[in-house]
Write a protein that binds this ligand. Sequence first.
Ligand SMILES: NC(=O)c1ccc[n+]([C@@H]2O[C@H](COP(=O)([O-])OP(=O)(O)OC[C@H]3O[C@@H](n4cnc5c(N)ncnc54)[C@H](OP(=O)(O)O)[C@@H]3O)[C@@H](O)[C@H]2O)c1
Length: 188
Amino acid sequence: MSDVGTGTGKVVVNRAMSLDGFIAGPGHAMDWIFTHLTSDTFPEVMAATGAMLIGRGTYEVGRRMAADQDDAYDGGAQFVLTHSPPDEPDPAVTFLTCDIEEAVATARRAAGGKNLEILGTDVAAQCLRRGLVDEILVYVLPVLLGDGVRLTPPGLGRIELEPFATTRSGAVTMLRFRVRKEPGSSGS
Ligand SMILES: NC(=O)c1ccc[n+]([C@@H]2O[C@H](COP(=O)([O-])OP(=O)(O)OC[C@H]3O[C@@H](n4cnc5c(N)ncnc54)[C@H](OP(=O)(O)O)[C@@H]3O)[C@@H](O)[C@H]2O)c1
């Protein structure tokens, strides 16, 4: 199945997760991710991605951990959502201060028909609440973190998912789910 349609790509919440359900360890630790996951682990995901919408929290964690990160990952244009853009903007990203739906529409246009990746707990939860997400893609990593940041925040509510792919590469298992959007199936 190709992810890259000829029209508008999908909106995909993309997460690395420990087996006990955390996407960051205590103190927002992310080092455990890069031990197992690089841009080479599932190259088809990067190839299908045309833009990324990133919460400011995630952006700041990423800046602090720059030395540990896989800088070969190229998901296209990067948009960072914030109420307070920095005085000296990073030329590699576009800072947005707007409603979540407008942010998704802007980043999606930049994706040029490829998928839009949503990175950030808060931003992803807002997208899920508004019914803006087509797919949740989780990389399950072989580690138990014990504590940290959960895959979704408390209070998101119930959202029905439809599994459609399970793929393993090395030590990482990628699980993919469509988000069901029928009335009554989304969180509130
Ligand atoms: N494992 C993984 O794959 C993975 C991936 C991504 C992130 N993470 C983890 O997730 C955590 C970060 O999550 P987070 O809770 O900080 O959420 P986030 O979604 O990264 O960032 C939240 C921030 O985004 C800005 N924002 C959100 N909605 C906005 C809107 N409508 N308008 C303007 N600004 C808006 C606000 O920043 P301002 O306060 O600047 O306004 C808000 O505080 C970190 O621990 C990170 O390590 C893990």
